[in-house]
Design a protein around this ligand. Structure first.
Ligand SMILES: [Fe+2]
Ligand SMILES: [Fe+2]
Length: 182
C-alpha cells in the first residue's frame, strides 16, 4: 500500500483491503475471525481518521460543491463508527456479532462506494499533483503512526489484557495524526 504516491490510488487500495477484511471476518471463525476483526478495526480507524483530518478538508476547499459532498461523507462515517462501537464487547462467535457486523459491513461498503464516486473522482481531476502527493504523504503517515490494538488469543501474554475499545483506538489515531500534521 505504501508505494502509492497518488492519494486517490492509496485510499482506493485501503478500500480494497477493507472490503477483503469485511468478507474475511464473515467467512472465518474463532481466533482467525478475531484477528481479522482487529485488523479491520485498526485499518478503519487509520483510514477514516486520515480522511476526516486531511482528505475531506482538502476536498471541501478544492472541489465544486465540496461542502455538500463532504457533509454526506462525514455523516456516513459517523454512522459507521457507531456501528463499529456497537460491536465492541460482543463475542465474535455469537450470532449477535454477525447481525451487527452485517450492518457495519453494509454501512462501510456504501460509504466507500460513495466516496469513490462523489469525492475521489473529483479529487483525481485536480491539476496540482504536488498537492495530491502531500495528501498521500499524510495518509501514509497516519498508517505508520496509528497505535495497534492487542490481539487477544494470538499471544498468551496478551490473553488476559483487556482489548482497547474501538473509540479509544480512533481517538489515539486522531491525536497521532494531528501531532504529525502540525
Ligand atoms: Fe471515509
Ligand atoms: Fe474511505
Amino acid at each position: 500500500m505504501t508505494e502509492h504516491t497518488d492519494v486517490v490510488e492509496l485510499l482506493k487500495a485501503q478500500h480494497t483491503r477493507i472490503r477483503t477484511l469485511l468478507d474475511e471476518v464473515t467467512a472465518t471463525k474463532g481466533d482467525e475471525r478475531r484477528q481479522r476483526f482487529q485488523e479491520l478495526v485498526r485499518l478503519l480507524a487509520v483510514h477514516e481518521t486520515a480522511e476526516e483530518e486531511v482528505v475531506h478538508p482538502f476536498a471541501r476547499r478544492n472541489i465544486d460543491g465540496g461542502e455538500l459532498v463532504v457533509k454526506d461523507r462525514v455523516e456516513e462515517e459517523e454512522h459507521a463508527k457507531r456501528a463499529l462501537s456497537d460491536l465492541d464487547g460482543t463475542d465474535p462467535e455469537s450470532p449477535e456479532f454477525l447481525d451487527l457486523f452485517a450492518a457495519l459491513r453494509q454501512d462501510v461498503l456504501a460509504h466507500a462506494d460513495a466516496e469513490e464516486r462523489h469525492e475521489f473522482a473529483y479529487l483525481q481531476q485536480i491539476a496540482d499533483r504536488g498537492k495530491l502527493a502531500n495528501l498521500a504523504r499524510a495518509v501514509r503517515a497516519a498508517e505508520a503512526i496509528a497505535p495497534t490494538r492487542p490481539h487477544p488469543g494470538t499471544d498468551t501474554a496478551l490473553k488476559n489484557v483487556a482489548v482497547t475499545p474501538v473509540a479509544t483506538v480512533i481517538d489515539r489515531t486522531r491525536d497521532a495524526v494531528r501531532k504529525a500534521m502540525r
